[in-house]
Design a protein around this ligand. Structure first.
Ligand code: NI
Length: 249
């Protein structure tokens, strides 16, 4: 069985067929929130479907909504629903910088502190912000989690693993120009690696550019099996165990 450790099934891209799609999935799925509104939707999906788990948090794109009231809402959701297994997705994105860096950093730190308080793992989105991302990780040594859709170097991945973190890979692994992600996936300990679709984005080959969904995670498992020289069933078993350990399921 596979575990999609990062899927946005609450996204409007699934409005037309969400129920059929989710009901047809024979796998585990973690649905992180991107904002307070999306976290509430993730919470609702996890209550509705036994195989869906949720995380709550504000993505760097929504960092400007984070304040004491929003953090209190996340705290309440976590206490009321045992299927909320993480704080996320949170982090830093310096690619577009629609939200100023200082505000992103403030929101990231506030939500890392919340994860520490609630003793939950975190789901980190970090794009073109490697140094600041690692600096915040080091400010909260008690907090562990996953760097999802990993885009850093092998050296940085090793530093994260040393600190007890996991590394998440998307359909990028299957892209022809994915040398860096493939290098990291080939060289880190297998017990720290998790697979994710990040759907509706990041569809693997041969679906690149189309809507992604958790049913396409098998393409990532096949690619990882090829990279590591292992049977695909073994990769599925190990990465699912890793996801359960990461989110304490
Ligand atoms: Ni995401």
């Amino acid at each position: 069985m596979l575990f999609d450790t990062h899927a946005h099934l609450d996204d409007r891209a699934f409005d037309a067929d969400r129920k059929e799609l989710i009901s047809g999935l024979d796998m585990l799925v973690m649905n992180p929130g991107c904002s307070l509104a999306s976290s509430r939707n993730a919470d609702a999906l996890s209550r509705q479907y036994p195989h869906i788990y949720a995380a709550v948090g504000s993505h760097p794109d929504a960092a400007d909504e984070v304040n004491e009231d929003v953090l209190e809402e996340y705290r309440k959701l976590c206490k009321l629903n045992p299927k909320i297994k993480a704080i996320g997705e949170i982090g830093l994105d310096y690619h577009y910088e629609d939200i100023p860096r200082e505000i992103q950093l403030q929101a990231f730190r506030a939500q890392m502190a919340l994860a520490q308080e609630l003793d939950l793992p975190v789901i980190v989105h970090e794009r073109e912000a490697h140094a600041d991302g690692m600096a915040v990780v080091d400010e909260f040594p008690a907090v562990k989690g996953v760097f999802h859709c990993y885009s850093g170097s092998l050296e940085m991945a090793k530093e994260l693993i040393k600190r007890g973190w996991y590394i998440g890979f998307t359909g990028v692994l299957t892209f022809k120009n994915a040398k860096k992600a493939v290098e990291v996936a080939a060289n880190i300990p297998l017990d720290r690696l998790v697979l994710e679709t990040d759907c509706p984005y990041m569809a693997p080959e041969p679906f690149r550019g189309k809507r992604n969904d958790p049913g396409k995670l098998c393409r990532m498992a096949e690619k990882l099996a090829e990279i590591r020289g292992l049977p695909v069933e073994e990769v599925a078993r190990i990465t699912t165990e890793n996801g359960k350990r990461l989110y304490r399921i």
